[in-house]
Design a protein around this ligand. Structure first.
Ligand SMILES: C[S@@+](CC[C@H](N)C(=O)[O-])C[C@H]1O[C@@H](n2cnc3c(N)ncnc32)[C@H](O)[C@@H]1O
Length: 219
């Protein structure tokens, strides 16, 4: 408990964590490039980022792009923010918020790419609308994404993956849709850069195959 409080105190003082205690939290929408990154580079967001393995892994590979990890949990964000500082990554931020409120933080077409990394599967029927790939979330992502921007999902969870596949196959507003139920043995593998998250390591070690899909919204 003491350690947790200490980490919360640390992230309160860090510029690379945008959270409710900070003034920028309420005025960052539409202004990420101008007010945070000081460049015009494209933005990728990682939703349900946890410690932000994709945010950090991609930011170190692509210094000419900007990366923002989004999660509610301060302790996990503390870890990713620490990695970013250790690696001098100026193209990284972490945003602490409920993903349901994501439109409060990003303007229309402000984002070039979205990664959803191992979101909670919410397997119960009554929780379907809370899945991060349910229609109300997809509607928000569609607004945030620039024309042609990809949405990418990686998960171990069969229920969530099959649900998402079915939902997407029923839509008529998506393009360039590709998927695999076993990313480690599929030609799509290079798209994931062999970055592995904490949950991925855990479930892959238990023998779960790792699933991946990506698509773009038609304009
Ligand atoms: C299963 S973990 C995956 C974490 C990380 N992406 C990984 O693969 O190791 C799911 C993460 O989503 C976050 N999360 C779940 N629902 C959320 C929501 N509605 N808003 C923000 N974060 C959420 C949790 O705090 C947790 O860190």
């Amino acid at each position: 408990m003491k350690r947790k409080q200490e980490r919360f105190r640390i992230i309160e003082e860090r510029a690379n964590v945008i959270e409710p205690s900070k003034a920028i939290y309420n005025c960052i929408k539409g202004n990420w490039c101008k007010d945070y990154f000081n460049n015009e580079n494209p933005i990728t967001i990682e939703l349900a980022c946890g410690r932000g393995e994709y945010t950090i892994g991609l930011a170190s590979r692509f210094p000419d792009r900007n990366y923002i990890g989004v999660d509610l949990k301060g302790e996990r964000i503390w870890k990713g923010s620490t990695w970013a500082l250790e690696q001098n990554l100026n193209n990284v931020a972490f945003l602490r918020t409920q993903i349901l409120n994501i439109e409060f933080f990003f303007g229309d077409a402000e984002v070039d790419e979205i990664w959803l990394t191992f979101p909670d599967p919410r397997p119960r029927k009554r929780d379907i609308k809370r899945r991060l790939t349910s229609p109300r979330f997809l509607a928000m992502y569609k607004k945030l994404l620039k024309r042609g921007g990809y949405l990418r999902l990686k998960t171990d969870n069969t229920i969530l993956f099959e649900y998402t596949l079915e939902s997407l196959q029923e839509r008529n507003d998506i393009d360039d849709f590709q998927f695999t139920r076993d990313i480690y043995n599929d030609p799509l593998r290079p798209e994931c850069f062999d970055i592995r998250t904490r949950y991925e390591e855990e479930f892959a070690a238990k023998g779960e195959s790792i699933k991946y899909l990506r698509f773009r919204f038609k304009s």
